[in-house]
Design a protein around this ligand. Structure first.
Ligand code: FAD
Length: 446
């Protein structure tokens, strides 16, 4: 079957849905949204874990309390989404050694300041030499320094360089702790322009379980094929798949994407970020709010380092969360969950002693192995040039690119996805109006 429409949107995460909303609000309602998964929301995804709603993907509304209001914060307030303030700054004072002792505050503070200083120095060196040398003069060696280095580089670069999210919207972060999930905000938005009934989207312009594999540009249209053999022909395509998917060759382009585009795609890193949830029969960790985040100083960098208890979000849930990134994420995704549980328990016992009970359940998200994600979020090189930013979001013929990774200011965040969708929607409306005007003119000529 061949479906004809004016605009085909690939992907129903926040960027794709926002772009569609922008089109709908500008009278361009002849669109179809194709989504590989069986749901909308993309990387905003909740799951039930032992009776508690946990966020496998985006968990925080980052950037709250500043001069400008974060649009996601506004939406959350509008929907009465339940959120909890997160104070990461205490994490550095809750660093455990392998005897279960917490490092004295003075030692931790000193190690932290040293790490910030050397990170700034490293940044300045990169700036000066304009090359990416990994040879830091003083690479951290002690477990506590490795732990702090991990926390600094994989979580809080804001302490080292200004990040637009925090400078514009404020420095606070709020954890979403609502049974409807963070994804509820995407549903609320979709509801404003897609036909829904009893909380279900029934609009036939939304096609789930449709994985795009081919994008072929003809002179005046684009033909898109999905894995199940469906064919769509549209005047324009908006592609909102992640940078990881673009790097993976899941989708073949004909003619091939130009080299300026493929080069830009290859220059942006994809970060893998994995929150592993562990359920316990009872709580054995200190559950005060200032102990919400804690760290284990292992001799291996990033090895079950960063921990959070869920007592603030869901009191009595008896759940701990440990966050792994990049190589550790990939390693754990490839092994059985029982093995991951065994490794995690070993670390938990180093911190809290051998008498504690075994975890009764584990949840390991697999963002890297998911062919429709291939990672968690984009990570721009420390110094990006203007050209790279232009190239990553520039359309190629009738194919427009959107998604978190195309937001030069807020890439990596939910609000980055939101703004990119809005910008792309606007740009396409402009383009379509221009095309219509040109057609009208030609009509008059002949
Ligand atoms: P996506 O949500 O990925 O949407 C793209 C859609 O395209 C997906 O639904 C996908 O299934 C679909 N798709 C892919 N390939 C195809 C295909 N071939 N055919 C059809 N459909 C396809 N942000 C924050 O602000 N705060 C956080 O705390 C935070 N934490 C995060 C933690 C994790 C573990 C992860 C994974 C992300 C986190 N983020 C966070 C980032 C945030 O989730 C993303 O920036 C944002 O959701 C991206 O939206 P998007 O629309 O650009 O992409």
């Amino acid at each position: 079957t061949r479906t004809r429409c004016s605009v085909l949107i690939v992907g129903a995460g926040i960027s794709g849905i926002t772009a569609a909303k922008e089109l709908a609000e500008n009278g361009a309602e002849d669109f179809v949204i194709v989504e590989a998964a069986d749901r909308i929301g993309g990387r905003m995804r909740k799951e039930d874990f032992s009776g508690v709603t946990v966020e496998l993907g985006a968990g925080w509304i980052a950037g709250v309390g500043g001069d400008h209001i974060n649009p996601l914060w506004e939406m959350a307030r509008h929907s009465n989404l339940r959120t909890c303030f997160s104070d990461y700054s205490n994490a550095r004072y809750n660093i455990y050694d392998n005897n279960g002792n917490i490092f004295p505050a003075g030692v931790a503070a000193e190690a932290y300041d040293k790490a910030v200083e050397s990170a700034i120095e490293k940044l300045e060196n990169i700036e000066e030499s304009d090359c990416n040398s990994d040879e830091t003069p003083s690479s951290p060696k002690r477990p506590i320094d490795l732990a702090i280095d991990f926390m600094l580089h994989d979580f809080e670069m804001a302490e080292v360089e200004p990040i637009a999210t925090y400078t514009e919207f404020g420095e606070s972060e709020f954890l979403v702790a609502d049974e409807r999930g963070y994804e509820h905000l995407v549903y609320k938005m979709a509801e404003t322009f897609l036909f829904t009934s009893h909380g279900k989207i029934l609009d036939n312009r939304l096609k789930l379980n449709k994985a795009v594999r081919e994008v072929q540009q003809l002179r005046n249209s684009v033909v898109v094929k999905t894995e199940d053999g469906c064919v769509y022909e549209a005047n324009y395509v908006i592609l909102s798949v992640s940078i990881g998917v673009l790097q993976s060759n899941l989708i073949s382009f004909s003619p091939p994407l130009p080299s300026w585009k493929t080069e830009a795609i290859s220059k942006i890193d994809i970060m893998v970020y994995t929150k592993i949830f562990l359920k316990f029969p009872y709580k054995f960790w200190p559950s005060d709010p200032d102990k919400e985040f804690f760290i284990y100083a292992h001799e291996r960098r990033g090895y079950y380092t960063f921990w959070q208890h869920m007592e603030s979000a869901y009191p009595g849930s008896n759940i701990l969360v440990v966050t792994l990134t990049n190589e550790e994420s990939k390693r754990v995704e490839a092994q059985a969950d029982e093995e991951t549980m065994r490794e995690a328990m070993e670390v938990v016992r180093q911190m809290f002693g051998n008498e504690i009970p075994d975890a009764t359940d584990i949840l390991v998200p697999r963002w890297w192995s998911n062919p429709f994600q291939r990672g968690s979020y984009s990570n721009y090189p420390v110094y990006v040039n203007h050209q790279l930013l232009q190239h990553i979001k520039a359309p190629v013929g009738r194919v427009f690119f959107t998604g978190e990774h195309t937001s030069d200011k807020f890439n990596g965040y939910v609000h980055g996805g939101y703004y990119s969708g809005m910008d792309t929607g606007k740009a396409l409306v402009e383009e379509m109006r221009g095309e219509m005007a040109r057609e009208r003119e030609n009509h008059h000529k002949f």
